[in-house]
Design a protein around this ligand. Structure first.
Ligand code: HEM
Length: 441
């Protein structure tokens, strides 16, 4: 059977890769350092028994899962041979901190200011547990804890708890988790009826991708059914964002319109593409309609959804841009952390809040890094060379709102999002976890 027709081996793929997270959710991220290769391999053996697969899981913890991912340094610490290490994606081998300049992680966001242990070579394994409620999360974590507690040679060195904010909103107040691509063979539908499902090889190693290539590692089994995961802890300056909206608007309605223009959606999730003048909370909450739109035929110049808005930049859909959007698509699995800044508060309360951003894809270079550097932190691709993403471009983006009779231009927008750390990881298939457990180098 040609590789292109291969059905996805869901029972070997970790569930965190393909299945959308529950809504609402609670989640915990734990990072480990491996001080002893043997202990690290034992951890992989135990993890392979705790991790759930993307095949329809049944049982009381069906909607709860534990995923395990490793950094390049982690694979090294397990004793993976050099020829295998060399077969992984180049960006993954460099690590996120080494890619700071390309990612716009400069100034306050630069690795020397990151939360420890990010930016060091100590982060080896990242465990993620996601569940619809605290009780089930604790049960899942208990299973996981049994796998690593009382093991010498493994140290849990960092933890982040996350939880859904009301109405699935992220800390700036916009509904999140709406737009997801469909993946051939996954059985999990995408949310935009206008987008053809993407080849599985865009997201999982060992399958044909949109360019006709198949990502493989040495040995092939190590990479097959695995994927890259990019974790980024992104601190959000909510008070700063609110103050900016207020000082650049003439009325509360105008403020909401500006926020929507920057994001491409009203805070309810309703897209400007479908309701450009007023919010429509019913539409925002309706998964059958809230992602059913394209740009080119209806709004080529961005009068409804500005070309520079966050969602049109990060997924231009069918809009005319330099390049092909389909090879830069990504699965997002972000979760919010920290408390909500109460409505109306304009002063920073000093609390840490934001998103644990998680990207999933088989091509970290042409997917995550490309979107971050070319679409978020540049504007050349749609003809606005000096503009950046107004929500998270760095350091001080400009933003253009196409308008009649004259466009509106906002310059030197403050930095609303600061990178607090992150890592490039590889999330192996379940067979590969067992292969890692049985390494004998
Ligand atoms: C704190 C930082 C961020 C915030 C507050 C944020 C917020 C949002 C929100 C509210 C949406 C619309 C809801 C949805 O479609 O699910 C969205 C969509 C999206 N974001 Fe972000 N985001 C952040 C960072 C990022 C980063 C770092 C990337 C990529 C490198 C990214 C890529 C995307 C993509 C691809 C979409 C879907 C666009 C579409 O298909 O229409 N976001 N984001």
């Amino acid at each position: 059977m040609p590789e292109e027709d291969a059905t996805l081996e869901l029972d070997d793929i970790q569930s965190g890769v393909l299945r959308p997270r529950p809504a609402p959710y609670v989640a915990t991220y734990i990072a480990f350092r491996i001080d002893d290769a043997k202990a690290g391999r034992e951890l992989m053996a135990r993890a392979s028994r705790v991790v759930t697969s993307a095949a329809n899981p049944t049982g009381p913890l069906a909607d709860t899962w534990v995923s395990v991912a490793l950094t390049y340094q982690g694979l090294k610490a397990l004793g993976v041979p050099q020829d295998s290490l060399d077969s992984f994606a180049w960006e993954f081998r460099q690590g996120m901190a080494s890619r700071a300049k390309e990612l716009g992680d400069t100034g306050e966001s630069s690795p020397e200011n990151w939360e420890q242990p990010f930016g060091t070579s100590d982060v080896h394994v990242v465990l993620v547990a996601v569940s619809p409620d605290k009780e089930k999360l604790e049960t899942a974590l208990d299973h996981a804890r049994k796998a690593y507690q009382e093991m010498t040679g493994i140290e849990a060195i960092w933890r982040q708890d996350c939880h859904a904010l009301p109405n699935e909103k992220e800390p700036f107040g916009f509904r999140d988790g709406i737009s997801h691509p469909a993946i051939e063979g996954s059985g999990i539908p995408g949310t935009n009826p206008g987008e053809q499902p993407l080849k599985a090889g865009e997201f999982v190693l060992g399958y044909a991708d949109e360019m006709g290539g198949v990502q493989k590692t040495a040995p092939e089994l190590l990479g097959r059914n695995g994927t890259y995961i990019v974790f980024r802890k992104l601190h959000q300056r909510v008070a700063e964002f609110r103050k900016f909206l207020q000082s650049n608007s003439t009325s509360p309605e105008d403020q909401e319109l500006l926020a929507a223009k920057m994001m491409g959606r009203w805070r309810s999730g309703a897209p400007l593409a479908l309701c450009p003048f007023h919010d429509d909370p019913k539409l925002g909450a309706d998964p059958q309609r809230n992602n059913d739109f394209l740009y080119e035929a209806d709004d080529p110049a961005g009068f409804k959804t500005p070309g520079g808005s966050h969602i049109r930049r990060t997924n231009p859909r069918d809009a005319s841009i330099a390049g092909v959007a389909r090879i830069h698509r990504m699965i997002r699995r972000g979760t919010a952390y920290g408390s909500l800044l109460p409505e109306g508060v304009l002063e920073d309360d000093g609390a840490d809040r934001g998103l644990m951003f998680a990207f999933v894809g088989a091509h970290p270079g042409r997917q995550f890094e490309f979107v971050q550097s070319q679409w978020i932190n540049d504007g050349v691709f749609f003809g606005a060379d000096d503009d950046k993403d107004p929500i998270l471009g760095s350091p001080n983006p400009n933003f253009t709102l196409p308008r009649r009779p004259v466009r509106k231009r906002l310059q030197g927008i403050p930095r609303f999002v600061v990178t607090r750390g992150g890592e490039y990881c590889f999330m192996p298939g379940l067979r590969a976890l067992r292969w890692l457990a049985n390494l004998e180098t």
